[in-house]
Ligand binder design. Structure first.
Ligand code: PEP
Length: 258
């Protein structure tokens, strides 16, 4: 059975003190069990302090991710942060190809592929995001679009490396909009991603790889979404900023709850 993973993407939110307060509250509210991994992705300037704070909270099992990581190890890339730097400050995961990076910073599948490859080689677990626009869904080309994105992003990732990858299916029309994909829609696309992984890497890998859903997940809808057979966790934006909501999502991910 695949362990679930709930990732909170804080985006460009929270001050230093708010970040620390949030992890403390999450730790108080979450029921820690080994079947669910919990990750928070603070803004880059607060990553190091968040790692330190978590280490100081007794029994806290929150892991830290980054919202982005560059594909070069060092050099003249103003404003970027390398995967090696992320590892250096205790980061374990990195989100790559979030739709906001694609929309506002022009990231293509090819760039996302380079970031994912570098993350793996550096020892980070990449959480690679894919998703269709509303127009693409309405034109019934969701599966085609997702297959194309996944194929391009996984290009060059070997069979040994692929198990380290997490894929997040995030329909763009559901991100930050309050509109959630139905359980069936989300499960269907996650299933088609798993089928593609099967075609590319075989059964063992396709059964092991974790595929998350993201898009307006909250304390109310999480249980149903997370009980779908192909959904192995959630990538959570807005609701990850509220300790009660986020903890509710984590607690509903436990095996005995779905
Ligand atoms: C996200 O940004 O990845 C996301 C899923 O956001 P929200 O939960 O706010 O829709």
């Amino acid at each position: 059975m695949r362990n679930k993973i709930i990732v909170g993407n804080w985006k460009m939110n929270n001050s230093s003190s708010e970040s620390l307060e949030l992890v403390k509250k999450i730790n108080d509210l979450v029921v820690w069990k080994s079947d669910v991994e919990v990750v928070v992705c603070p803004p880059s300037v607060y990553i190091a302090t968040t790692v330190k704070e978590i280490k100081g909270i007794k029994g806290c099992q929150i892991k830290v991710g980054a919202q982005n990581g560059h594909f070069e190890s060092k050099g003249a890339f103003t404003g970027e942060i390398s995967c090696a730097m992320l590892i250096d400050v205790g980061v374990e995961y990195v989100v790559v190809g979030h739709s906001e990076r694609r929309q506002y910073f022009g990231e293509t599948d090819e760039v996302v592929n380079k970031r994912a490859l570098c993350a793996i080689k550096s020892g980070l677990t990449p959480i690679v995001c894919v998703g269709e626009t509303l127009a693409e869904r309405e034109n019934s080309i969701t599966e085609e679009i997702i297959r194309k994105q996944v194929k391009l992003i996984l290009n060059g990732i070997s069979e040994n490396e692929i198990e380290k990858v997490i894929i997040a299916y995030e329909p763009i029309w559901a991100i930050g909009t309050g509109k959630t994909a139905t359980n069936e829609q989300a499960n269907e696309v996650c299933k088609s991603i798993r089928n593609l992984v099967y075609e590319l890497y075989g059964e063992k890998v396709s059964e092991a790889i974790r595929i998350q859903y993201g898009g307006s997940m909250n304390g109310e809808n999480a249980r149903e979404l997370l009980s779908q057979s192909e959904i192995d966790g959630g990538l959570v934006g807005g609701a990850s900023l509220k300790a009660e909501e986020f903890s509710k999502i984590v607690n509903s991910a436990h095996n005995d709850n779905n």
